[in-house]
Every structure is written in C-alpha cells, then in structure tokens.
Ligand binder design. Sequence first.
Ligand SMILES: Cc1cc2nc3c(=O)[nH]c(=O)nc-3n(C[C@H](O)[C@H](O)[C@H](O)COP(=O)(O)OP(=O)(O)OC[C@H]3O[C@@H](n4cnc5c(N)ncnc54)[C@H](O)[C@@H]3O)c2cc1C
Ligand SMILES: Cc1cc2nc3c(=O)[nH]c(=O)nc-3n(C[C@H](O)[C@H](O)[C@H](O)COP(=O)(O)O)c2cc1C
Length: 609
Amino acid sequence: MSEKSSLGPLNGPHLTKLAEAVANLTQSELIWASGYLFGLAQSQGAAGGITPAANAVAAPAAAQPSGSLTILFGSQTGNAKGVAESVKAQAEARGIPVSLVAMNDYKPKQLKKETHVLIVTSTYGEGEPPEAAADLHAQLKGGKIGKLFGLQFAVLGLGDSSYEFFCQTAKDFDAFLEKAEATRLQDAAILDVDYRAAAESWSATFLDKLASTLTAAPAATAVAGSAVVAGHAVVGNSAYDKFNPFTATLNTNQKITGRDSTKDIRHFEINLEGSGITYQPGDALGVWFDNDAAVVAEILSLAGLTGDEQITVSGKAVALSDALTSQFELTRLHAGFISGLAEISADESLKALAADKDETRKLAANAQIVDVLKRFPTKLTADQLAGLLRALSPRLYSIASSQAEVEEEVHLTVGVVRYPQEDGSVRSGGASSFLADRVAEGGEVRVFVEHNDNFRLPANPDTPVIMVGPGTGIAPFRSFIQERDAQGAEGKNWLFFGNPHFTQDFLYQVEWQKYVKSGLLTKIDLAFSRDQANKIYVQDKLKAKGAEVWQWLQEGAHFYVCGDANRMAKDVHEALVNIVAEHGGKSAEQAEEYVNELRRAKRYQRDVY
Ligand SMILES: Cc1cc2nc3c(=O)[nH]c(=O)nc-3n(C[C@H](O)[C@H](O)[C@H](O)COP(=O)(O)OP(=O)(O)OC[C@H]3O[C@@H](n4cnc5c(N)ncnc54)[C@H](O)[C@@H]3O)c2cc1C
Ligand SMILES: Cc1cc2nc3c(=O)[nH]c(=O)nc-3n(C[C@H](O)[C@H](O)[C@H](O)COP(=O)(O)O)c2cc1C
C-alpha cells in the first residue's frame, strides 16, 4: 500500500506534518490547497487510490465542477482558431473550466487524461488535415494512443463543400475517437464556408450537454488535463480582426516582375499608422476587397437585373449592386451555385452537368460566376441571385516585412491572378486584382493580421535556418531575413528560391544580393526553371545540395517551406525525406519518422496555399 493511500483522518503524525506544511501559506494558497486536496480525495475514491500525477495540481478551483473541457484546434488560416476561441469564451461565461490548445502544442498521449475534449478543425488538400493537426491525426489514425474509455468528445469541422472531401479531417477525428471508444457528446458539426451562425448554435447546444455531464466526471484526471496545457496562450494582439478590420492606406503598388514575365507579381506597402497593429514574421495579412464594377455589371445584365433591387443581407436592406460589390463572392465559384442555378433554370444541358459531380467540380475550379451565367443564360430575381451566392471572404497574404525594419508598415508580395479567355477578355482574381488595379496609391484597404504560430523563426537566434520559397513563397522569408538582420542573429541563413526566368522573375534580387554581400545570407540557391532546356525546380536544387542540407539539419537547422501547396510543397517534402534517407543512412520509414519528428519539434514548418 502506498504512503498516500494509507493517509487517513486518524493518522496523527501525517496531520501534524500537513499542519506544518501549510502554516505559512497565504489565504489564496490555502484555497488552492483545499481544491488540491479535494481533488486527491476524489481521485482516490474514483480510481481506487491511485496517486495523481504531480502536474495534476495546477488548477486552484479543482473541487467544482469536477471535469473540464479541453478545446483542441487545427487551423491554417484562422477560421477554426476563431471558432475555438469563441467556444472558449462561451464556456468561460458559463463557469466551465476550459483550456484552449493548438493541436501542434499538444502531446497526443495527454488525451488519456482528459475528461471532455472538443476538436475544432478545418480540412486541406485532398481531404488532409491542416499542418497543425497532422501529428494528432496520424497518431489517432494509427491507434497509437490506445483506448480512450473515459473521454467524452465532440468535433466541429470547417470546410468547403466545393471540395470533394468536404470536412474530411473532422469526419476522421470523429471516427478515430469513436473507434478509441470515447463517448460522443454530440454529432459532429460539418460546416461550410458560411459557418458563423451554425457554429454558434451548435456550440451552445454542445455546452449545454457538456455542462450536464461535468459533475459526473472524475476530478483529478480532469485537473491534470487542463493544468498541463493551460500555459499555451493563444497569440492575438490587435484590436482588429477578420470581422473588424482596420482601414489602412495603400502606400506602394510596384510590379516586381519584368516587362516580359509571364507573371504579374506586385510588391505592396500598406501603412498601419494609428492602428496599434503588431505582427511577427510568419504572420499573414487578411485583405478585404470589393469586386470589380465591370464584373458586377456583367452579372446583373446576364441575370436580367438592374442592381437597384433591394435585398436583405444579414438583416439589413441593401441595393443588389452594392451587395454584389462588397458582400458576395463573385470570382470564386462554388459547386452550390451550379446546382442551385440548375434547379432554377430550364436548360437541360445545365441540369445534366449539375447531375455529374465531377463535371460540376471541374467547372467550379476553372470558371467564375459570370462565366456560368454566360454559358447558361438564366433570368433571375434579385433574391434568387443572392440566394445562390456565398458571402465574400477576405484573402490572406504572407507578410513580407518585419516591423523591426518597417515599423508601422506591412509589405506583401502578391501574384495577380489573371485568366485570359478565348474571346480575348481576361478574368481576374478578386483580391489580387483589387490591390493591383482598383486601389490607387493613397487609397484605402481594409486589413487585419492573422497570427500564425506555426511559422516562426527559431527562438534562439544562433539556430541556422533553411528557407524554401519559390514564387510568392518568398514573402515570409523577406520578413525573416529583415528580422534576423535587426536581431543581429548569428545563425546561418540559406535561401532556396525559384521562378521561371532569372532576368524577369528574380523577386527582390537587389535585396538578396545585399544580404549575400553583408554575409547575413550564408547561402542562396536559385532554380530558374525555364532558363535551360530541362526544367529545374527548388526541389532539384535541394537534392543536389543534399549532403549539406543534412549537415545543417544535424546542426539543428529549422526547415521552412512557403508557397504552392499542390505541387511544390509535396515535391519539397519528398526531397527532404529522400535527403534524410540518403545522407542520414536511414530506411524510407525511418526517414519519414525523422521528418515527422522535425515537424513535432517545430523545426519543419510550412506556410503553403
Ligand atoms: C496563409 C496564406 C498565405 C498566402 N500568401 C500569399 C502570398 O504571399 N502571395 C500571394 O500571391 N498569394 C498568397 N496566398 C493566396 C491568396 O490568399 C489568394 O488565394 C490569391 O491571391 C488568389 O486570390 P484572388 O482573390 O486574387 O483570386 P480568387 O478570386 O480567389 O480566385 C480566382 C478564381 O477564379 C476561378 N478560375 C479558375 N480558373 C479560371 C479560368 N480559367 N477562368 C476564369 N476563372 C477561373 C476560380 O474559381 C478561382 O478560385 C496565400 C494564401 C494563404 C491561405
Ligand atoms: C488550398 C485549400 C484546400 C482546401 N481543401 C479542402 C478540402 O479538401 N475539404 C474541405 O472541406 N475544405 C477544404 N478547404 C476549405 C477550408 O477547410 C476552409 O476554408 C476552412 O474554413 C479553413 O479553416 P482554417 O482557417 O481554420 O484553416 C480548403 C481550403 C484551401 C485554401
């Protein structure tokens, strides 16, 4: 029998020791200790006298209610994080003990000690988890955590129904936890892009159910769950956010690709003066935009409307043309628009297309609202048109500056999205063309910072960094290098950059040359894919320098990737695993595990889109 389990009220010497131990405690420390002791007593009752872990003691008010909620979020662009923060605030308002943790700050084995968990996650790629959720997802998928009998859980998923694998990651977590024999408190929420109201009502119901189960939960394990993770504060240090943006001034709009480039890439400088907004290298800037007046006019004409019609949006009456300009998504097409239009339209070819999911998805990825209306002319009422559209979403851009260098400015590197059409006209991306063509220098732009703790320079300035950022993926590395410069960081810096042509597409060439000359940029490797007969990409450059990359990793280097998610990031990942296998003398499986370990240690970070 352990010493603690023999501790009873009649055991005089122990009580004397206890009295001595608490003699000098302050009143608040005594209150804390009483909660601790209550938790101990509860755990002995519930778990047959097992001594709780030492780290199970951090929550002062452990006694009531017995159990707590841990919210784990996996978010890439901030939506799931925003929902998770809002559920936390609602839980706190109801007196529910709650902690909020980014999944990549969470030790998966900790799940065993939780009483109640809410998973809030988005989905990426082809039904893949966001970066931050990858490890927890893999561990649960592989059954590595074991059974979770005592755990009560629910899952809230954010996604986009235009994608084939809608909210797949949320569905996965829901299934994994069920398989681990945890108890589902509420059916998973599977939410589309207009998720705000649905998330709020689902959360309210969830918290009702949770509150009713809390007192039945074993206290000490619950305290352990929240105590360990309570230190992970979620960063967010601005009065402005997605739904309350700051109206900033666009100071500079400069094309930084050559006249003959196939790409139109702009450098933007935005003035944040008066906002108090701060950001760190690795963060992104959210940009709200207005749709192009010409596109609005074309849509109105195709639908047989004037734009003066009044509609109601979020409970407010507004002229249709104003709503189309600033409240509805017109450039990003979604499958629901096509199927919805097919229901209204008499066009048999449209109905046939909408019945074919693959065809619908293909069209949605390669056209805009206006193109569909042009191809399938349909007269609509203002309410019908509004009913088919989704709310406008701001776009995110990796920040390309450090405040240590530019103070109250923020810089962006934006590729302007343009699709030449067969008839000679050009369709453009909503936000990138707004910044490039529709805001004059000195004009206004509504912005907010989306903090990203999953893409950060090493805390130790002596740590070497390898940065892989082809195309606009270069943006955060300009910010990183400015920051390292201002810090006087001693750590080595290695940049891999690529684009089609040296003469046309070497973004920020003069700046990189300056950093090479000063010695701050230790190495730079360039992959100009079309400057020779065979295409060369950053992943090829990485492979060619494999031995040295491995050497840097051995020295503790952090490895960063930014830019295209679909191909580049996958190829670079593969190259990294191959380098580890070849130069580290590992099997494919060991190399994959090594890279996973780098990710867990936050030494392999990606900002890909
Ligand atoms: C975290 C993060 C960081 C990012 N950082 C950067 C960055 O630093 N720099 C950068 O440039 N971008 C960055 N992006 C991407 C950026 O957010 C936008 O997605 C991008 O600028 C395109 O937005 P848009 O509004 O201009 O185009 P959208 O309006 O979003 O897109 C145009 C739409 O046109 C449609 N379409 C497709 N093909 C055709 C066709 N052939 N004809 C007609 N229409 C077609 C599609 O429906 C497509 O969605 C980042 C994204 C994320 C998530
Ligand atoms: C490149 C990309 C890929 C995506 N892939 C999917 C997908 O496969 N399935 C899905 O349901 N949603 C997908 N989405 C939509 C996101 O899950 C959705 O926007 C979500 O609200 C993002 O939440 P977050 O900001 O917390 O990451 C994708 C979004 C992007 C930008």
